[in-house]
Write a protein that binds this ligand. Structure first.
Ligand code: UDP
Length: 354
């Protein structure tokens, strides 16, 4: 198949502003390439994506959906890159296109193309306008929506959840090195923005006495300033936004990864990345992480918001066998299996569109 992937319009690939979508797109492209498909990616100008044909499109990036009110009207700034990327898509030959944006426009455009456009949704339900168009689109294009976890799908309500294809996620296990003997350090990895709950992890670091390795793009600068005022040690803990190779080298030697979302995390790429290194995950029991972490076996799940519970789990974390974490990653997140699930989903859409 000739597969066109249209990236998130919130930032260039490699900036970290796209969050988990950036790694997902890279892994998805590699997984499908390995299965013999021709991949073409369209992404905002400034994007970096090794080994995959990439067309960069200039334009104004979309605002983050998570910063908008649920009932907000659709926003598209003048000269928006989202519209331009789909204009660019018209110029390319493809059999099927995969949209990775959490945006109204590509959903709306789907029936206007004479070839199938499918959507890998990367976030839980945030905007009423997206919920509505998803339901409308599924009525005429029943297989065109995939999501990462059942928990993510459930946030859209039962009618939608029943119709979406759950594809999970996958990564290149060779890019993550197992570490049996950790250092007495905790990790927190993610976009620095209120919905990711970094301050909870900093509180745990204070309570347990372990330092915290913080890695991720600063998506909300005023929030980061507030964090540093409240926790001046955060400045010393912050390692920056690191490329995957360097990020995993820092992560793999940590005692545990803390995952502290204040929203429903759709999947939580960092969970699978930590497990691939043999790092147990201590996460709030909601969304994707609750579906991924095996409580008591590859980490601990804690009631959302229970910071003292996170600290108690840290004290227990040496009971987790780090080899089990790596094994879970091998069993559930292999790139090959991810590629198979994606291919099946794409075939389903191709066969129903004929
Ligand atoms: N990440 C990275 N370098 C860093 C910190 C984070 O490459 O220094 C990546 C990480 O690999 C993951 C993404 O940022 O793919 C965060 O995605 P996740 O699904 O955990 O959360 P999201 O940002 O999508 O809410």
């Amino acid at each position: 198949m000739r597969i066109l992937c249209v990236s998130t319009p919130v930032g260039p690939l490699g900036s970290g502003l796209g969050g988990g979508v950036e790694l997902t797109l890279r892994n998805l492209a590699t997984a499908l390439q390995q299965r013999g498909h021709a991949i073409q990616v369209i992404a905002p100008a400034g994007s970096v994506l090794p080994d995959v044909p990439l067309v960069e499109v200039p334009g104004v990036c979309q605002p983050f959906a998570q910063n908008q009110q649920r009932e907000a009207a659709i926003t598209m700034p003048a000269g928006n890159v989202l519209g331009r990327m789909w204009w660019e898509a018209r110029r390319h030959p493809w059999d099927i296109a995969i949209n990775l944006a959490y945006d109204w426009l590509p959903l709306y455009l789907t029936p206007f193309f004479d070839r199938p456009v499918v959507h890998l949704v990367s976030m839980g339900s945030l905007l009423a306008a997206i919920d509505t168009i998803l339901a409308e689109l599924l009525a005429t294009h029943p297989h065109c929506i995939a999501m990462h976890t059942r928990a993510q799908a459930a946030t859209f309500g039962e009618a939608i959840a029943q119709q979406v294809t759950v594809v999970g996620n996958g990564l290149d296990l060779n890019a993550y090195t197992f570490c049996e003997q950790p250092e007495p350090v905790l990790a927190w990895v993610g976009r620095i923005a209120p919905e990711k709950g970094l301050t909870d992890a900093l509180t745990v670091a204070r309570q347990t006495g372990y330092p915290l390795r913080i890695m991720g793009a600063i998506a909300d600068r005023s929030y980061w300033q507030q964090v540093c005022q409240q926790f001046p040690e955060a400045l010393g803990y912050y390692q920056g936004f690191l490329p995957t190779t360097e990020m995993q080298a820092q992560l793999r030697t940590c005692l545990a990864l803390l995952v502290t979302p204040h929203w429903v995390e759709a999947f939580g790429n960092v969970v699978m990345e930590a497990l691939a290194c043999g790092v147990p995950v201590i996460a709030y029991a909601s969304g994707g992480p609750a579906e991924l972490v095996r409580h008591g076996e590859t980490g601990w799940l804690v009631t959302p918001g229970d910071v003292a519970g996170l600290a108690m789990a840290v004290e227990q974390v040496r009971r987790i066998d780090r080899r089990r974490c790596r094994q879970q990653a091998e069993q559930e997140f292999s790139l090959t299996a991810f590629g198979q699930r994606l291919e099946q989903w794409l075939h389903q859409n191709l066969s129903t569109s004929q």
